[in-house]
Design a binder for this molecule. Structure first.
Ligand code: AMP
Ligand code: MG
Length: 409
């Protein structure tokens, strides 16, 4: 293992350095997927008043018995309120969502009376109504504060806001929410063989694919990504690329490729010139050559070029940094699975692409076929990454192992 830094140590050093990105207010309509910066305590009770959960009659429960006929004194629809109060022997025709009139303590559904409303639009119904059976106090009433009590914690800081979270905030009358600022991440790549999609592909070249993939990951993790054009494998070009990245005043710079020991690998040298190299070899597979440092005070992640290595190292090393910057709760799901294949390793902490299936009460993890770090299709097929811990040289079929589930969206 020699000069390879253990994954946990590398992470610890990065997390000791990265700063929170700050917070901003955004309108609810723009807050989907953003990370809530503060706990939200309800400023009010929900429902805010005692409310009918049925179409029927607001009554005093003590008045009601089989065959009792009572006078209907008023009509209240949702949004309306009865002026004054209901006396003994009186009932009020009431709709779902309307406030319970003063004096009433139960609602009897219309089906439990002799009234017929269906299809009689705008009808006010009979002036008297006969009840078919007794009722209890509180029947068909949702009490004020039954769903949420004023002062109750409803949404926790660090939550990635989902549609139901936004609906919750709106139900409390909120127009905007305080969310973490999105770290600005500039993504760069270098390689003479890389061609932008849409261009013709000369023999010997490949399409540049890490940019859009890393941008997608960054955005899933709460950042905003800008992808710069690919630089040639020249010292000056790589240097100019990093300077262009810096000029955008990002919170983070991420590059892929150019960090191994090939003749055309300039990232480390340029990083040393413009800033400082923290470390550049981590005990991880795929992805051992992995530079971390700073340029102009900006954290710099030099990921490997092979697409699978770039994605895995981004997940293991970059993601925790972005989560910390945005104060995000780690929502990666980890499960224990049983290996369906023998899985060889080499002592590095390894992230193996697996599919998962449920068989006889167990979750079985099988290799996705090729594990080549260049084969991005293995990532497309995989349900998760199976973790082979540091120091382990082989997992035999039938072993238990931890699997990180890949996000669906
Ligand atoms: P390198 O780290 O520059 O030696 O690159 C390792 C491998 O990853 C090579 O096969 C490259 O062609 C490939 N590679 C590097 N950058 C990219 C990229 N942006 N998109 C797709 N493949 C890449
Ligand atoms: Mg290269």
């Amino acid at each position: 293992m020699g000069d390879l830094m253990p994954v946990n140590e590398a992470l610890g050093r990065i997390l000791a350095e990265v700063m929170p990105a700050g917070a901003e207010h955004v309108p609810l309509m723009q807050a989907l997927g953003r990370i809530l910066a503060r706990d939200i305590y309800s400023p009010m009770d929900l429902p805010p008043f005692d409310v009918s959960s049925m179409d029927g009659y607001a009554v005093r429960a003590d008045d009601i018995a089989e065959g009792v006929r009572l006078r209907v004194i008023a009509d209240v629809s949702a949004g309306q309120v009865l002026n004054g109060s209901m006396e003994a022997g009186e009932v009020v025709r009431i709709m779902t969502g309307a406030a319970i009139p003063k004096g009433a303590d139960a609602v009897v559904p219309v089906e439990q009376t002799d009234a017929v409303w269906a299809g009689v639009a705008g009808a006010t119904g009979p002036d008297e109504v006969t009840f078919r059976r007794a009722t209890k106090r509180g029947d068909n009433i949702r009490l004020r504060g039954e769903n949420v009590m004023r002062g109750q914690l409803v949404l926790s800081a660090g939550t990635r806001l989902r549609p139901q979270d936004l609906g919750m905030a709106a139900s409390l009358g909120m127009m905007d929410v305080e969310v973490s600022r999105q770290p600005q991440v500039v993504i760069v790549s270098s390689g003479d063989e890389l061609v932008t999609p849409g261009e013709p592909l000369p023999y010997g070249s490949i399409y540049e694919s890490n940019g859009v993939m890393l941008a997608g990951l960054v955005e899933q993790w709460g950042g905003r990504a800008t992808v710069l054009p690919t630089a040639k494998d020249e010292h000056g070009a790589v240097r100019a690329m990093l300077q262009t990245a810096l000029a955008l005043r990002p919170d983070v710079i991420v590059s892929s490729a150019g960090v191994s020991v090939g003749a055309a690998d300039y990232i480390k040298a340029v990083l040393a010139e413009l800033g400082e190299v923290g470390f550049w070899k981590v005990n991880i597979r795929p992805g051992k050559p992995l530079a971390y440092g700073r340029v102009g005070g900006v954290p710099f992640f030099g990921l490997p070029g092979n697409p699978v290595s770039a994605m895995v190292t981004a997940m293991v090393i970059l993601r925790p940094a972005l989560l910390q910057m945005t104060g995000q709760i780690d929502d990666v799901q980890r499960i224990t699975a049983v290996t369906g294949d023998d899985i060889p390793s080499d002592g590095r902490q390894s992230y193996v692409r697996v599919t998962l299936s449920r068989e006889g009460g167990q979750i079985i993890a099988r290799l996705t076929g090729t594990q080549s770090s260049g084969a991005l299709l293995s990532m497309v097929i995989a349900d998760g990454l199976l973790v082979v811990p540091e120091g382990v040289m082989r997992l035999n079929a039938g072993s238990e192992a931890e699997v990180l589930l890949l996000r669906l969206g």
